[in-house]
Design a protein around this ligand. Structure first.
Ligand code: HEC
Ligand code: HEC
Length: 305
């Protein structure tokens, strides 16, 4: 009996050690950084594509305040509430002292400078598809934004999720660290739209349903998402009857630019900060997004399947 118990104990320890090992952070190393002269002007566009301020500006920030990345916004999920941290240029409370490599690994790998995992509430599952050049330009722009002190509240999570190392196993299952690949047969415009939507734009983080583990269900990509605050689901944005099948390319670009929808409605809820950022893009990029969405396979909304 004692021998059996010891054997079981040894197996448990081995499995735990194996899982701990598998959960190790995977990072880009210094050799992985391209020779690139960062362009803060282009970085400003990347910032709006990626909507960093939708989460990292102080709750209720308006106008210019949306460039002060003080953090503090609470993101409610089935796993608890995450609070977006201060990512201003403040040297103590923000990320002012970070190197390019630390920034790239945070955004594209979800790993902190001290080597721990970030929670995927930080949408790095999408940002892993960004080009490193875009992320370096983004950093050069963010380095020009104001510093502000102050620390966001700690996350309020279900107990088993407090151990960050465990996120490594989630990443092992759902994150491939692969660069963006354009859809088969896509022309240049659709390829650009696919990059913007799936990479920086992280549209699927809200518009794609999630599995039990909170990872996006790619089979049903863009067929709508669960409402984070209950009530209304996030709409289907594939060109099907219950999605945006009735919208023209112009309807989509106009909505992204002005916030006005066909039929004189306006965007509400979580789409408002997204649209405000989309308004800062070039016409060509908004057109690329529209062309890509209309090229998607039409799907019924996931809640009807
Ligand atoms: C959907 C909301 C959301 C968006 C959009 C978002 N973030 Fe975050 N971000 C978070 C959350 C939540 C965390 C905290 C993660 C954690 O604690 O594990 C975080 C953490 C970070 C951190 C780590 C800060 C630290 O002190 O360790 C950095 C850096 C960061 N985000 C940068 C960005 C950048 C740059 C963008 C745009 C490209 C961005 N974020 C977009 C939610 C978001
Ligand atoms: C933070 C969550 C979130 C993100 C990210 C997001 N959306 Fe949305 N989107 C919403 C919500 C919520 C609505 C519904 C708004 C409403 O009720 O008025 C919406 C509505 C829309 C609609 C209108 C659909 C309809 O039938 O009315 C379009 C088109 C759209 N989003 C496109 C996009 C694109 C393109 C992106 C990426 C650049 C994106 N969204 C990113 C939450 C999001």
């Amino acid at each position: 009996m004692r021998k059996a118990a010891r054997l079981v104990g040894a197996v448990v320890v081995l499995i735990a050690a194996g899982l701990w090992f598998l959960a190790e952070p995977r990072m880009i190393d210094a050799d992985g950084l391209p020779d690139h002269i960062a362009d803060p002007e282009y970085g400003r566009l990347v910032f709006h594509e990626a909507g960093c301020n939708s989460c990292h500006a102080a709750p209720g920030a308006k106008g210019e305040e949306k460039l002060v990345l003080a953090g503090g916004l609470g993101l409610k999920t089935p796993f608890g509430t995450f609070y977006a941290p201060n990512i201003s240029t403040d040297l103590v409370d923000g990320i002012g002292g970070w190197s390019d490599l630390e920034f790239v690994n945070a955004v594209m790998r979800g790993v902190s400078p001290d080597g721990s995992h970030y929670y995927p509430a930080f949408p790095y599952l999408s940002y892993q598809r960004m080009t490193i050049e875009d992320v370096l330009d983004l950093k050069a722009y963010m380095d020009t934004l104001p510093a502000i002190g102050g620390v966001a509240p700690s996350h309020d999570l279900l107990a088993p999720l407090r151990l960050r190392r465990g996120i490594g196993l989630w990443k092992l299952a759902f994150m491939d660290d692969a660069p963006f690949v354009p859809p088969l047969g896509a022309d240049e415009q659709i390829a650009r739209g696919a990059y913007l939507v799936n990479g920086p734009g992280h549209c699927g983080e809200c518009h794609t349903p999630r599995n039990l583990f909170g990872a996006p269900d790619q089979e049903r990509a863009f067929s709508g998402g669960p409402a984070p605050e209950g009530a209304k689901n996030v709409p289907n944005i594939t060109p099907s009857e219950d999605g945006i099948g009735g919208w023209s390319e112009r309807d989509i670009t106009a909505a992204l630019r002005t916030g006005l929808l066909p039929g004189f409605e306006t965007f509400g809820g979580l789409m408002v900060p997204v649209q405000e950022n989309m308004a800062a893009l070039t016409d060509a990029d908004r057109e690329a997004i529209a062309a890509y969405l209309l090229s998607l396979p039409p799907k019924p909304s996931w809640w009807k399947q």
